[in-house]
Design a protein around this ligand. Structure first.
Ligand code: NAD
Length: 277
């Protein structure tokens, strides 16, 4: 049996020396992840699609932790944008060690009225976008290989999935299909690339307080309704997801590969069965 070294880490800077790209990093969960990565010692590229000023604000905050940060514009559903984004990040930081495939959107509609445009838009950003970014990241991980002083893995990918990877969601067929697709994309890449020391995992957030689901938390009535779905009885915050992402990006999670970690206050525990069934 070979000797297996468990990496020794500085818990206050567990991503020190690594470079990360966070897609959709200028708001909500992506913003939380980008900031927490900077605090953990990583250089961070904050991808945005529209609002350069919001991304630049986050870049300033990340730089205040003594690491490098850049804002990089790209529509993740467009191949040429994604290829150009990786080129820019790699030429700025030297490489990319961590990809957080976070950009996502909803375009909701009753199923029988769902337009092909809504279907293609959501699949294009949420699923094709994650494929394109993962592919470019893997090319770089394979080119560089393992640098033990940085990480025992050649690279890490974290897909932002959802509880709707496993929980069906009426009125959101395009979104739920994209998240179900992410699950098999993530596990297939993980299986294919584990021998090359590339780790691929997903986070399945429950209800997190961000702009994407404002209607679910902005009034007291909506919030109380939402709590019926969350046994832990509070909404999640971007920090809840960001801390999980730091763990999954670090060598602390070196033996986790091909898993979705649900960060959902128990939303996937069929809360309706607490008092019924
Ligand atoms: P958000 O709307 O704040 O963030 C989504 C980000 O993706 C935005 O910054 C947006 O500009 C970006 N984006 C959209 N289309 C893009 C494109 N074509 N190219 C590049 N960027 C694009 O919402 P959020 O809640 O922070 O969502 C982040 C991720 O978390 C999404 O994948 C979402 O599906 C997932 N998620 C969120 C929740 C929740 O409760 N908030 C729950 C489960 C999963």
């Amino acid at each position: 049996m070979p000797n297996i070294d468990i990496p020794q880490l500085d818990p206050l800077a567990i991503l020190k020396g690594q470079s990360a790209l966070v897609t959709g990093g200028s708001s909500g969960i992506g913003k939380g992840v980008a900031i927490e990565f900077g605090k953990a010692g990583a250089n961070v590229a904050v991808n945005y699609s529209h609002k350069a000023d919001e991304a630049e604000e986050i870049v300033k905050e990340i730089e205040s932790f003594g690491v490098k940060a850049i804002a990089v514009k790209a529509d993740v559903s467009k191949e040429e944008d994604v290829v150009a984004m990786f080129k820019e990040v790699i030429s700025t930081f030297g490489t990319v060690d961590i990809l957080v495939n976070n950009a996502g959107m909803q375009k909701d509609s009753p199923f029988h009225e769902m337009s092909l445009e809504y279907w293609n838009k959501v699949i294009g950003v949420n699923l094709t976008g994650q494929f394109l970014c993962a592919r470019e990241a893997v090319k770089e991980f394979l080119r560089r290989g393992v640098k033990k002083e940085v990480s025992v893995a050649a690279g890490k990918i974290i897909h932002m999935s959802s509880v709707h990877e496993v929980v069906p969601w009426a009125g959101h067929a395009n979104y739920a299909a994209s998240k179900g697709g992410i699950h098999m994309l993530m596990q297939t890449i993980a299986q294919e690339l584990a021998p090359q020391k590339i780790r691929v995992n997903a986070i399945g957030p429950g209800a997190i307080k961000t702009p994407i689901n404002r209607v679910a938390w902005e009034t007291e009535e909506a919030y109380n309704d939402l709590m019926k779905l969350i046994p832990y009885n509070r909404i999640g915050l971007p920090e809840d997801i960001a801390r999980t992402a730091v763990f999954l990006a670090s060598d602390y999670s070196d033996y986790i590969n091909g898993s979705t970690i649900f960060v959902d206050g128990g939303m996937t525990l069929y809360p309706g069965f607490r008092t019924g069934g």
